[in-house]
Design a protein around this ligand. Structure first.
Ligand code: 2IT
Length: 448
């Protein structure tokens, strides 16, 4: 192993031993970068790796909100401003009880590399809270979002840091947070948040962008393999916004999604999540107060497998769309046994590092989340552009730009891997391509 990479990895393992998810990402990325580090001693001379894995700053704050009984409730809020070498910090806010520093640091580091891949001028950040939206009333959600923004507003800005949604944060939450930001600042700076509603500066196609982008990327992979999406069976996890957009585009392209999942089990729909009614029902489920994927099985009369994951179901293409670490060695073995050829990560870091290596060795084409799901943040950056120009592009205009961006992400990843003699390795290629732009910007900007 390259000496510099090894030293930084060992230091990180020691210093960050209480941050398992962050360590997982750093190990995956840094081992991919070995040939680049080997060829460019200037990165070591300027401590690029050490500087890149240490966030610019970590902000942690108390959020106090009033529940429907009039009682005060306390949660922890965060914003990690990870890297601003190529643009203002950009990345989502996650509201979920599992949120902690390790999770947000892994997401922030991944976000910086992903944003670099988009070709657009955005740095990396991530934030959120351990607040659990599940079972909360609409008014409780509103009061939480207002309380969260009352602290967050002082750290963000159109040229500083531009948050968006992630798990537990969709259009409704962004609306409440933007309302509070506007009230406090007394200014209509709608470029400070993305994922807004269409009437107040949201971009057409932002809700679809992560899923649509994933399929535009997949189309490039299929083209490379002289294969086609039409007629293929897709095994998906999740049932939220990302799963919705992914299923919608798969249906449009003639594929068939046969599974969706939630925290309590998965649904098997042999007829496919293919009709408009079924696809739209995903959105309806998520917005219900006690959202639960079993609702789909009841509504469309299909089987629900309680407490199980969908990875034992046979398919041609596997696309984890739910959350981190859904696929470990056990699940990877099931996927490899199915004889499938394609594995596209859509959620952020859904696969353990060991499982990625296993799937690659088993002969699957593995595409990493930081490339596959980058269409979401890319359209967020397009939303920022539209807001700063005070105009709105048509859905066709946004879709065309998204297409171009996803193709470029695929091509730059493939060619980066090729350049370092790694073959068609989309995982390493994405890390290298995302890294190079940030590293070179950091070199140019001096030590900080
Ligand atoms: O993981 C992600 O890329 C997001 N949650 C979207 C971030 C954004 O700024 O749109």
């Amino acid at each position: 192993m390259n000496g510099y990479v090894e030293r930084v990895l060992n230091e990180t393992r020691e210093k960050n031993s209480n941050e398992p998810e962050f360590l997982q990402t750093v190990e995956e990325v840094l081992t991919s970068l070995e040939p680049v580090i080997q060829a460019h001693p200037e990165y070591e001379d300027h401590a690029i790796l050490e500087r890149m894995i240490e966030p610019d700053r970590v902000i942690e704050f108390r959020v106090v909100w009033e529940d429907d009984e009039g009682k005060p409730r306390v949660n922890r809020g965060y914003r990690i401003q990870f890297n601003s070498a190529i643009g203002p910090y950009k990345g989502g806010l996650r509201f979920h009880p599992s949120v902690n520093l390790s999770i947000l640091k892994f997401l922030g580091f991944e976000q910086a590399l992903k944003n670099s891949l988009t070709t657009l001028p955005i740095g990396g950040g991530k934030g959120g809270s351990d607040f659990d939206p599940h079972g909360k009333s609409d008014k409780e959600i509103m009061r939480f979002c207002q309380a969260f923004m009352t602290e967050l507003y002082r750290h963000i800005g159109i040229n500083t840091d531009v948050p968006a949604g992630d798990i537990g944060v969709g259009g409704r939450e962004i609306g409440y947070m933007f309302g509070q930001y506007k009230r406090i600042r007394d200014a209509y700076e709608n470029g400070v948040l993305t994922g807004k509603g269409i009437p107040y500066g949201g971009s057409l196609l932002r809700p679809e962008a992560t899923g649509f982008g994933a399929l535009y990327y997949a189309e490039e992979v299929f083209r490379h393999e002289n294969d086609m999406i039409k007629g293929k069976t897709f095994v998906l996890s999740g049932y939220g916004n990302v799963t919705w957009g992914t299923a919608k585009k798969i249906a449009e392209l003639g594929g068939k999604v046969v599974t969706i999942s939630g925290h309590n089990g998965y649904v098997y729909d042999p007829d496919g999540v293919v009709t408009e009614e079924k696809i739209n029902y995903l959105l309806e489920m998520r917005l219900s107060r006690n959202a639960n994927v079993k609702m789909y099985a009841d509504r469309f009369d299909c089987q629900f497998f309680e407490g199980q994951k969908p990875w034992g179901v046979k398919g041609d293409v596997y696309m984890p769309c739910a959350t981190q670490n859904e696929v470990g060695m056990e699940e990877a073995k099931l996927i490899a046994e199915s004889g499938a050829k394609y594995y596209f990560e859509v959620a952020n870091m859904p696969t353990s590092n060991e499982a990625i290596e296993y799937l690659k060795k088993a002969g699957l084409i593995v595409a990493p989340s930081k490339a596959v799901n980058a269409g979401g943040v890319a359209v967020s950056a397009l939303e920022m552009s539209q807001n700063s120009q005070r105009l709105a592009w048509s859905a066709e205009e946004v879709d065309e730009k998204l297409h171009t961006i996803m193709k470029s992400i695929h091509d730059s990843s493939a060619s980066a891997a090729e350049r370092y003699g790694l073959g068609y390795d989309l995982v390493k290629g994405a890390n290298i391509s995302g890294f190079e732009k940030i590293a070179n910007a950091m070199l140019a900007q001096g030590w900080y």
